[in-house]
Write a protein that binds this ligand. Structure first.
Ligand code: ADP
Ligand code: ZN
Length: 293
């Protein structure tokens, strides 16, 4: 039986697991992200007796995904202490002589959703996480989008809500989308945890306003067949109808498609794989690596 290894490498925690080529997860474990040596050490230890045929790694970014590059599989320059330039794929290769699929965490989740989740059967989708940060992964024409480095869709600029005076939390751009609408920005703006804000709080009006603008931009640029909203903040499911409505207002009839005009509740959705989009996506990365071998 083919056993596939999966790693969802986040900035705060790592999830490791094994699964089967049909996307079923058989075992999971998680531990906090500390130093690369310790965290990758625990990862290697986990897989040591699992007999994996391939490993998929969806990583926090930025990462080098260019296979022609000397630093392919490394974490790129990051404010996260100790991890800049760390060779995560190289570390795994020292211990496991199997194909390794490597991509961003959000690309992994997008691939998972396209293979077994909400976008199954479609050849394009966008997976957005709104959590500690904002990021998005995209499948276009059946393939994950990489490009020069990889997309960083969380850092697009969006016009401010006229009543929003919060400066923004992104260390690079202050009031980019992530700086205005990720969990930590909501919490810094209002001084309480995002999950403590009542459904009728102004915070959610701002949130729908910013996310609808982002979705409009992504739709205009990429025209995905499905948009999947994941991450902790998206657990506020009352946001989705507000985002759909705001999006319709912003588009103002310009993208004339029934998916947006009539079936928006099927177009902008939560992950079909629920909280397991990322780790199941890493199984999909492993499977892809095995097939590409
Ligand atoms: P990460 O992005 O680190 O992988 P999450 O996707 O869980 O993790 O995002 C964490 C952020 O989401 C935090 O800012 C947290 O306060 C916020 N969050 C988590 N759960 C909820 C919830 N149910 N409602 C609103 N915000 C939430
Ligand atoms: Zn930014």
């Amino acid at each position: 039986m083919t056993v596939l290894g999966a790693i969802e490498g986040g900035g705060t925690k790592f999830v490791v697991g094994i699964g089967t080529p049909d996307g079923k997860i058989e075992d999971l474990q998680s531990f906090p992200t500390t130093t690369p040596e310790e965290t990758m050490g625990r990862t290697v230890e986990y897989f040591a007796d699992k007999g994996v045929s391939a490993i998929g790694f969806g990583s926090f970014g930025p990462v080098d995904l260019n296979r022609q590059s000397a630093t392919y599989g490394h974490i790129a320059l990051t404010p996260k202490p100790h991890w800049s330039h760390y060779d995560v794929v190289g570390h795994l290769k020292r211990y496991f002589d199997v194909p390794i699929g490597f991509d961003t965490d959000v690309n992994a989740a997008a691939l998972g959703e396209a293979t077994w989740g909400a976008a199954k059967g479609l050849n394009s989708c966008l997976y957005i996480t709104v959590g500690t940060g904002i990021g998005a992964g995209a499948v276009v024409e059946g393939k994950l989008v990489h490009g020069l480095t990889h997309p960083e869709m969380g850092h697009i600029l969006v016009p401010r809500h006229p009543e929003d005076t919060y400066a923004g939390k992104c260390p690079y751009h202050a009031d980019c989308l992530e700086g205005l609408a990720a969990g930590p920005a909501i919490e810094a703006r209002w001084g309480v945890k995002a999950y403590e804000l009542a459904e009728d709080h102004k915070a959610w009006e701002f949130q729908a306003y910013y996310l609808a603008q982002a979705l409009m931009n992504y739709i205009l640029i990429m025209s995905p067949q499905k948009i999947i909203l994941g991450g902790g903040v998206s657990k506020q499911t009352h946001l989705l109808p507000r985002i759909r409505e705001q999006l319709r207002t912003l588009l103002n009839g310009y993208v004339h498609h029934p998916a947006i005009l009539e079936q928006a509740d099927q177009y902008i959705v939560t992950p079909g794989l629920q909280d397991r989009a990322g780790i199941t996506g890493s199984i999909a990365l492993a499977l892809q690596a095995l097939e590409d071998k």
